[in-house]
Design a protein around this ligand. Structure first.
Ligand SMILES: [Zn+2]
Ligand SMILES: [Zn+2]
Length: 252
């Protein structure tokens, strides 16, 4: 399995894109501004998209990508998300005001097909078994566990303190955990309100994780990346913790 990190920042700016992961060239996990790194052929190769939640940093690339590939596309794109998220996309993005309703275009075979997935549900896409993981965030959110039969990785989604996650990951024993730590400890209240972890909270969360695997931090707030990573490593010295990096490819 090949995982390409197109975007993993909590913001934008030179060299920074928001959450967009590409698996084996055809399965997207979230469609943030990282979509911009793909050329036309790469966008046309995408068949499936699983979305963690409706926040704009995780979906901004989708309407723009659909418009870009519309004339050349041969296959629809199947998008999976919580019912609240597909509803939000219909109401707030693909509503003919912000953007055309691509669930209706082209009329005979629309390019966008929205499917609902629920927490705990498993689906098979692109040869992967995908499980929707519980996540704690101010809007309905899931993480995802992706397993190709040989290896698996877990992505927390945007996520705060979430005791429900750990029993699942303790059983799944993924080869990699990608987890959201957006804020420094000194803005704990803001982190809690916005449903993201701080380094101290990460330490508490990882105390419930009995499996040993590489841990990569995502959604870091621009300008605070090193400070957050240093603090995570200081608080959890016995775990292999690193920042997730833009443009990197992880092979399993
Ligand atoms: Zn969010
Ligand atoms: Zn986000």
């Amino acid at each position: 399995m090949k995982l390409e990190i197109l975007g993993c920042s909590g913001g934008i700016g030179k060299g920074l894109k928001t959450t967009t992961f590409l698996v084996d060239g055809e399965l997207l996990i979230d469609a943030g501004t990282g979509i911009e790194l793909l050329d036309m052929a790469q966008m046309l190769a995408i068949r499936h998209l699983v979305i963690s939640h409706a926040h704009i940093d995780h979906i901004a690339g989708l309407p723009l990508m659909l418009a870009t590939i519309y004339d050349a596309h041969q296959h629809p794109i199947d998008v999976y998300a919580l019912p609240e998220v597909t509803q939000a996309l219909r109401e707030h993005i693909f509503n003919w005001t912000l953007w055309p309703d691509y669930t209706q275009l082209p009329e005979q075979a629309p390019i966008l097909r929205l499917h609902e997935i629920r927490v705990g549900e498993q689906i098979e896409l692109a040869g992967k078994r995908i499980t929707a993981l519980p996540a704690h965030h101010p809007t309905p959110t899931v993480g995802y566990l992706i397993n190709d039969g040989q290896a698996s990785f877990a992505f927390s989604g945007d996520n705060g303190v979430n005791p429900a996650l750990w029993p699942i990951l303790n059983r799944a024993k993924p080869e990699l955990l990608i987890i959201d730590v957006s804020f420094t400890d000194d803005v704990q209240e803001l982190a809690t309100l916005s449903g993201h972890l701080t380094p101290s909270q990460l330490a508490d969360e990882l105390a419930q994780f009995s499996h040993d695997c590489p841990i990569r931090i995502t959604h870091l707030k621009p300008g605070f990346e090193q400070q957050i990573i240093d603090r995570c490593r200081q608080l959890v010295p016995d775990r292999p913790i690193q920042a997730l990096l833009h443009g990197e490819t992880i092979d399993f």
